[in-house]
Design a protein around this ligand. Structure first.
Ligand code: ADP
Ligand code: MG
Length: 560
């Protein structure tokens, strides 16, 4: 095994040489309590930076990783601490291109399983990147030595060991994560699709800043919806949203969308201080919205859309350019195909004609000439026949009073339960419209994806790259994920890119849902590392719903 001195010698020897000579430092080095792996050396100072790993003995007490929730939270905590120490100890960019910069995949407001830090039995491994420094294209050996031999040990020494961490903060991080997982797993037995704790802070600092809004009004449940839940480390009280159809209504700017957004992201756990630590949602809840322009491949949208002009087939509806309503219908049907158990819909991002159709319009445009059956006529069937709940934000129409099990009305950011009042109004002012939903919900898609249609080659190399949580370059295609609103982290996109390739092995005549389940089961049993041959430091966990969403938006996708 090579030592710190060996690395120092090597760096001195190649100092001032052409950049390619850096390849010589690839390998493993032991220094003191660290084992440094230089796995991959970049080709030039402007290329994506070199990949390294540091391994140290796991000296954390067993309570910190005794179950999966705590282990994931510990790894998350270490990645955050490592990132903080990079800012503190790394001198940063020096020289050309990415010279001198040290990067780790830093978590945001969510606590996600990610590959930046992994624990395997006796050791902690941190995966990160370094821009090996150069002036022009000449190796800056001294600067490299400063980064690898001084800065890295300082960064790691202040982040990867229990004695250097704030034990109280660490404990809070782990126990909050454990409690959020427990809370989510209780939802089903309590008959709830979501829970929002009293005291939660739902609004964000701004549209581009996901931290909590300072001075916002804390959430408070209406009395009759309050439930109290005992968790491993605390008791929580808050609003339980029961299964069924829930309407969130109220005046404009009174907090409807903010509540729904918090529920959408309740599929993830949040860090202490986020304000949404105990806002949790059914893990298979899917945000649905209109997304005109999207690609659709042979999706059965017939429960919502029939008799399109030019007798376009809606049992196997395909398009390169969906409309608002057909895209929203496809989004619902694809989510159901991938196993969604609840749908979350906001009028702000919905096609009006997908959501409602009133009496006057029924008279002007008879059913025979309107291809769309609005969601208001299908939501009850969805729940009664398929057990799929809906939470719908509608402030602009009372049509949903007739089908809602619960009507929440936001008044100055606080929900009131106005179910009874809405029912009285519905009785006093009947709509006189025809229900258009038919006998039953109708068939679900059951498509069989063709593996050969998933190709990540760009020229002679496979190329997968995520951009700003909005799009994924996949070979020669670009997958637009900007309307897939429950993706929160660019590393989820990276992992999904690799998962699309990984999924091909199961595309041998199986239906899509089964392919997705296989991939998720492999990740569950073998961790995210199953997705990639190399030790990837930029992967974060995702759900099968988002994997399906990416596959469904890959324009080369073909199904049998
Ligand atoms: P709606 O969908 O009802 O029109 P939004 O949810 O978009 O309203 O909220 C309107 C504004 O109020 C947003 O700027 C949001 O950040 C803010 N807001 C929402 N909830 C709260 C709260 N609890 N405290 C303070 N401000 C809030
Ligand atoms: Mg709104």
């Amino acid at each position: 095994m090579k030592t710190k001195e060996d690395l120092n010698h090597l760096l001195r020897r190649i100092d001032g040489k052409g950049y390619k000579a850096y390849k010589d430092i690839q390998g493993q080095y032991v220094f003191g309590q660290f084992r440094l792996h230089i796995d991959y050396v970049q080709g030039d100072p402007f290329a994506s930076p070199s990949r390294l790993r540091l391994r140290v003995e796991n000296r954390f007490p067993e309570w910190a990783w005794q179950n999966r929730s705590r282990e994931v939270a510990l790894r998350d905590f270490l990645a955050r601490q490592f990132a903080r120490c990079i800012r503190r100890f790394a001198k940063g960019q020096r020289g050309s291109g990415k010279s001198g910069a040290v990067f780790i995949d830093e978590p945001g407001q969510e606590i996600l399983e990610r590959t930046a830090v992994v624990l395997d039995g006796a050791e902690v491994e941190v995966r990160f990147q370094v821009g090996l420094p150069a002036f022009g294209r000449r190796i800056a050996g001294q600067q490299a030595a400063a980064i690898l031999l001084d800065e890295l040990p300082a960064i790691a020494g202040h982040s990867l060991f229990p004695e250097v961490l704030d034990e109280e903060k660490l404990r809070e991080h782990l126990l909050a994560n454990e409690d959020a997982d427990a809370l989510r797993s209780h939802l089903e037995e309590l008959g709830l699709v979501a829970f929002v704790a009293n005291g939660a802070m739902l609004p964000r600092a701004s549209g581009i800043d996901p931290r909590p809004l300072e001075g916002g009004l804390p959430f408070h449940s209406p009395g009759n919806l309050e439930v109290e839940i005992q968790l491993p480390n605390r008791k929580v009280i808050g609003m339980g949203i029961p299964r069924g159809i829930t309407l969130i209504t109220g005046g404009g700017y009174h907090g409807k969308s903010t509540l729904l957004r918090a529920i959408e992201l309740g599929i993830y756990n949040h860090i202490p201080g986020d304000g949404r630590e105990f806002v949790v949602t059914n893990p298979q809840a899917a945000k649905i919205r209109a997304e005109d322009g999207r690609f659709v491949e042979k999706v059965n949208i017939s429960p919502f859309i029939n008799n399109l002009p030019q007798s376009t087939d809606t049992l196997r509806f395909s398009t390169q350019n969906a409309s608002g309503s057909t895209s929203q219908a496809a989004n619902v049907m694809e989510a159901l195909e991938a196993g969604a158990q609840a749908l979350l819909i906001d009028e702000d991002t919905s096609a009006t004609n997908f959501m409602i159709r009133d009496q006057r319009m029924q008279q002007l445009v008879p059913k025979e000439r309107e291809p769309i059956t609005p969601f208001v006529d299908k939501a009850r069937q969805l729940f009664e026949e398929l057990g799929v709940s809906s939470i719908v934000v509608v402030g602009g129409s009372g049509l949903y009073f007739d089908i809602a099990d619960k009507v929440l009305c936001m008044v100055e950011y606080q929900p009131q339960d106005l179910t009874e009042r809405a029912r009285e109004i519905a009785l006093a002012h009947p709509q006189g419209r025809q229900e258009e939903g038919g006998e039953s919900f109708g068939p679900l898609p059951r498509r069989i994806p063709i593996g050969q249609s998933i190709d990540a080659f760009k020229g002679r190399r496979e190329k997968i790259r995520a951009f700003a949580t909005r799009s994924l370059q996949f070979g020669a295609s670009e997958i637009d994920l900007s309307a897939v609103e429950q993706l929160v982290d660019n590393s989820q996109l990276n992992a999904i890119g690799d998962a699309l390739l990984y999924a091909r092995q199961y595309m041998d005549g199986r239906p899509l849902a089964e392919v997705l389940d296989r991939v998720m089961a492999d990740i569950e049993s073998g961790a995210l590392d199953v997705l990639s041959r190399r030790k990837e430091g930029h992967h974060a966990i995702f759900r099968k719903l988002e994997l399906a969403a990416a596959l469904n938006r890959l324009r080369s996708l073909r199904v049998e």
